[in-house]
Design a protein around this ligand. Structure first.
Ligand SMILES: [Zn+2]
Ligand SMILES: [Zn+2]
Ligand SMILES: [Zn+2]
Length: 261
C-alpha cells in the first residue's frame, strides 16, 4: 500500500528560529538549518490523492521542500493563525494549475471567520465543515475527526490503515471519549509545545505531559511535535535527544518526518 503520512512542519506558532530571538534553540536552528521548525501541518498521501492537514503560514516553502505538486483536500484542524495562515498560498495553484475548486473542510465554528478573512478565496474552495466523531474514507485510509482540548474548538485526527496513527497538534490532554477512542494506537503524534513549565496548561502540553499522555493511551510510540523549543526553558535538539534516551518509545518530530501507516 502506498500510503504516507508526512509532517510538513513541527514548530509552534513562533517557529524555530524566531526572528526576534537568540536563545540556544534559535541559534542551533540558525547554525543547522535542517533543525529549523516551520509551523505545524501534515499531508496524508494515499497514492492518487493528497489530503493537506492545516495550511501553515510556511506552506509554500513546505510544499516546495517536500516536492508536493498537487493537493486534493484541505482539512483545517482549528482557526489559529499558525494552522490556517498559508491558505492564500493555494490561490494560484488552484486557479492556474488545478483549475477546479479544492474541497476545504473547516471547523464548523470558523466558516464566518474564513469568509471575513479571505473573501477573495471563496470561489477557489468548495467549503464544507467537518464534524466531530465523523469518519471520512480516503482510499484505504479512514480519517476520524476527534475533539481535542484547546482554547477553541479543535480537531485531532485518527488515521486508520494498516496502522493507527493519532495526530493531535494542539491539545492539552484529551477529552475522555477521545482518549478511549485512540487507545493502543501505533503512534500518537502529540502537542509538546513547552519544554519545562507549561505556560498555557489549558491549551497546550509540555514534553513531559505528552510522554505521560502517550503512556496513558498505551501508544506504541509517542512522537513529540508543535515544539516551541524556546519556551519555557530554551533547549536544543541535542539536549532533548539526550533527555529522551531513557524513553525508547518516544521520538522528537522533525520537519519532513514520514510516519508509517
Ligand atoms: Zn528562541
Ligand atoms: Zn492552536
Ligand atoms: Zn498551533
Amino acid at each position: 500500500m502506498t500510503v504516507k503520512f508526512q509532517l510538513l512542519g513541527t514548530g509552534a506558532g513562533p517557529g524555530v528560529p524566531s526572528f526576534y530571538c537568540d536563545c540556544i534553540a534559535c541559534l542551533e536552528a540558525k547554525e543547522k538549518p535542517h533543525l529549523a521548525r516551520t509551523r505545524s501541518g501534515a499531508v496524508l498521501d494515499i497514492g492518487h490523492e493528497r489530503i493537506l492537514i492545516d495550511a501553515s503560514p510556511d506552506l509554500r516553502s513546505q510544499l516546495i521542500k517536500e516536492q508536493i505538486k498537487s493537493l486534493d483536500y484541505l482539512f483545517i484542524t482549528h482557526w489559529h493563525y499558525d494552522h490556517f495562515g498559508g491558505i492564500g498560498d493555494l490561490e494560484f495553484y488552484i486557479k492556474l494549475s488545478r483549475k477546479r475548486p479544492l474541497r476545504l473542510f473547516l471547523p464548523p465554528s470558523s466558516v464566518e471567520e474564513f469568509r471575513l478573512a479571505y473573501p477573495f478565496l471563496e470561489d477557489v474552495f468548495k467549503i464544507e465543515t467537518w464534524e466531530f466523531g465523523r469518519t471520512y474514507q480516503f482510499g484505504e485510509v479512514k480519517l476520524t475527526v476527534l475533539p481535542a482540548r484547546h482554547s477553541i474548538p479543535t480537531a485531532g485526527i485518527l488515521l486508520e490503515a494498516e496502522k493507527k496513527v493519532a495526530y493531535f497538534t494542539d491539545t492539552s490532554g484529551l477529552p475522555e471519549s477521545t482518549a478511549k477512542r485512540i487507545q493502543g494506537v501505533d503512534a500518537l503524534i502529540c502537542d509538546s509545545t513547552f519544554h519545562g513549565e507549561n505556560w498555557y496548561p489549558h491549551s497546550h502540553m509540555s514534553m513531559v505531559e505528552a510522554i505521560e499522555l502517550g503512556n496513558m493511551v498505551r501508544a506504541e510510540h509517542t512522537i513529540l511535535t508543535h515544539l516551541a523549543m524556546h519556551y519555557s526553558t530554551p533547549t536544543t535538539v541535542a539536549q532533548i535527544e539526550a533527555e529522551l534516551e531513557s524513553y525508547p518509545n518516544v521520538s522528537l518530530a522533525y520537519d519532513g518526518m514520514l510516519i508509517e501507516l
